[in-house]
Design a protein around this ligand. Structure first.
Ligand code: PEP
Ligand code: MN
Length: 381
């Protein structure tokens, strides 16, 4: 298993040149991708090569398929190379894909989420967020406050969580709030404070983009874009983030099924951006002792269904500070590639979600315990 996708281009939304499917409708004069790439007559076929296939054979297959105007996506597993082929159904069906030397099998992806399906790559994707890789052996801890409130606040918290073992800093500058009268986030200045905290700690940052009109701005600062639960089916936003090269963490909507989540992710990949992580953050159920019901069933199901890394956010999932650690440990035991934890140095003064934020000392204790669980399930931290 290895990282296949190139590191994101910072500050350059809409100019992805390395992404899959680029030439299909890249506007040559502006560099912007225009119309959606994959439409209903597109299919995905999977070529699995033989274990003894040579590099020359693989190169020959890829070159020939590309010369037919079809797209390929090469994934290297430990034993075999898998070549995903994407293009119009009539064009793919007429090609003798099984006839190349070195090919073991050719099968169509039957799942409705074709590019997201595990079978499309038959190996886990490793997503690069700044200098951190998510989806490999290491369980990556993301932490930080719900909202960025001031430069001091975010920098103090960033330093504390980094010291305890967090690798990625979270913090919202654009906040989706249930009430229009609640704190809505600091916007651009919040992004600047985040960038300052990144400079002070070296940690890459993940922050939410709520609206297509803010995307260009958020891309200037973020190492990973977060799409919040309330926007999981905002399809125009999904398409727009799909036209950037930045990693995108897509959170499950509070009344979305796992399949809905996978289909939403497919929107992003279908635009050419394969740098996607999926996040379980709790769903609405009849239970009201907790804020949401963290659906840890989703973790093994997602790991089976998709090659994309799975993140769990136990903070929003349970919504009660004292119960967050138990669910964080359970998430790692269930197979999460990453966990996201809200941490605040003065939760009673927090502008959002103070009741669910861990204190830095509790977070430090949690990371130690998460490490033990990670090791117990064959991971590292
Ligand atoms: C958040 O991460 O602070 C957030 C608003 O999450 P969600 O979209 O899952 O509610
Ligand atoms: Mn929050």
């Amino acid at each position: 298993m290895q990282t296949i996708f190139p590191p994101p281009l910072r500050n350059r939304p809409n100019t992805g040149s390395e992404n899959l499917l680029d030439e299909l409708d890249l506007n040559k004069t502006t560099g912007r991708r225009t119309a959606p790439r994959l439409t209903s007559n597109f299919i995905a076929m999977i070529i699995v090569t033989r274990p003894d296939a040579t590099e020359e054979q693989i190169e020959h297959i890829v070159d020939r398929i590309r010369s037919w105007g079809l797209k390929t996506e090469v994934s290297r597993g430990e034993m075999r190379v898998v070549i995903g082929v994407i293009g119009p159904e009539d064009k793919i069906r007429e090609k003798p894909l099984g006839a190349f030397p070195g090919v073991e099998s050719v099968t169509p992806v039957l799942k409705p989420y074709k590019l997201v399906a595990y079978e499309f790559r038959r190996t886990n994707s490793h997503i690069q967020i700044g200098n951190v890789t998510v989806g490999a052996k290491e369980v990556v801890v993301m932490a930080g406050p719900c909202s960025v409130e001031s430069e001091d606040q975010i920098t103090i918290i960033a330093k504390a969580v980094r010291k305890s073992g967090a690798k990625i800093l979270r913090g919202g500058a654009f906040k989706p709030r249930t009430s229009p009268y609640s704190f809505q986030g600091l916007g651009k200045i919040g992004l600047q404070f985040l960038a300052e905290a990144r400079r002070a700690t070296g940690m890459p940052i993940i922050t939410e983009v709520m609206d297509t009109k803010d995307l260009e701005l958020v891309c200037e600062y973020a190492d990973c874009l977060q799409i919040g639960a309330r926007n999981m089916q905002n399809f125009s936003l999904l398409r727009e983030v799909g036209r950037t090269n930045l990693p995108v963490m897509l959170k499950r909507g509070m009344s979305a099924t796992v399949k809905d989540l996978l289909m939403s992710a497919e929107y992003i990949l279908s635009e050419g951006n394969f740098n996607v992580l999926l996040c379980e953050r709790g769903i609405r159920t009849f239970e009201n002792m907790t804020r949401n019901t963290l659906d840890l069933n989703a973790v093994p199901v997602l790991k089976a269904e998709t090659h994309l890394p799975v993140v769990v956010d136990p903070t929003h999932g349970i919504g009660v500070r004292e119960f967050v650690p138990a669910m964080a440990l359970a998430a790692v035991a269930a197979g999460a590639d990453s966990i996201m934890i809200e941490v605040h140095n003065a939760p009673e003064q927090a502008k959002s979600d103070g009741e669910q934020a861990l204190l830095p000392t509790d977070f430090e204790d949690l990371v130690t315990r998460v490490r033990s669980v990670a090791i117990a399930v064959g991971r590292e931290l």
